[in-house]
Design a protein around this ligand. Sequence first.
Ligand code: DAH
Length: 346
Amino acid sequence: MSLLEIENQLKAFESEAIEAFQSVSDLKELENLRQKYLGKKGTLKTFQKGMGQLDQSERPKLGQLTNGVQERLENALTRRKDDLFEEELLARLEGEKIDVTLPGSCTGIGHIHPLSQITEEIIQIFYSMGFTVADGPEIETDYYNFDALNTPDNHPARDEQDTFYTNVGPKVLLRSQTSTVQIRVMEDKKPPLRIISPGRVYRNEEINARKYPLFHQVEGLLIDKDVSFGQLKGTLTAFIQALFQKPVKTRFRPDFFPFTEPSAELDSQCLFCMGAGCRTCGNRGWLELLGCGMVDPNVLQGVGIDPEEWSGFAFGMGVERLAMLKYGINDIRYFFNNDMRFLKQF
Ligand code: DAH
């Protein structure tokens, strides 16, 4: 074969290869073509091997020609590779595109439970009167739940609070009242004192519309010099009026609590009929709200506070009861059933 013929074949080969590169649509096919045309056993190699049949003088010329073809084909190949890579990338990006304008699926935002809401309000009101919040454990000894509160073993007042005892120890129980915190605070700090203590309490009650074995109380304690019953009434009346946002009258009825003397139940004018008489107040015109009294000197003495020097008042309220009155709820179980139809209303 003459050099001229080989040159023509080379030209034909070059344009065939360039066309072939253009015709493929992915990188894998392109690689197959590279091997076919430029690989170790590829077409170009056959041309190069054919060099041996040429005259010595013509060989450099053929060498030049094949090198030129190789270079151009390699360039064409690289360009095509870049193009294909870009095309594939674009196709992938297009396929995996996220529509950021689509509304996402999100979990609804919750809000604070009505019992926590009212607890927070109660705290704020007392905070404005100089009380701070104290905390105490829910698992208690009967010393803090009863003895230190002037309620020794066999005292009939223990029966009023049907208590859950634990098997942690013979005298370890779930506190039945937040009054425990009074004792812990007085043991810990020197008077004057002004604290409230919100928290869970437990009693072995049968569940019904008004009772639940778990509920919440807020305890209050003020210890100072020459504290009067009038100050107790003033404090609680201001509190009730602020909580219910109504100028209701209040009254004390005599009651008994082992740790206060005298003790009283605080009633407010019915919040629904303002005293006229309605179903909620059983036509009495008054609602029972909470227990309170002057701290019994025995209790003070028990924690090492001199009752000759210091006196004080205490009170305890049921959070569920106040919430039921404030929001007009007639069944305590709503607070604990986790029924969204109920909870969403707050
Ligand atoms: N702890 C009492 C109860 O659960 C409520 C109470 C009454 C608390 C009078 C007091 C108080 O601090 O002085 O029934």
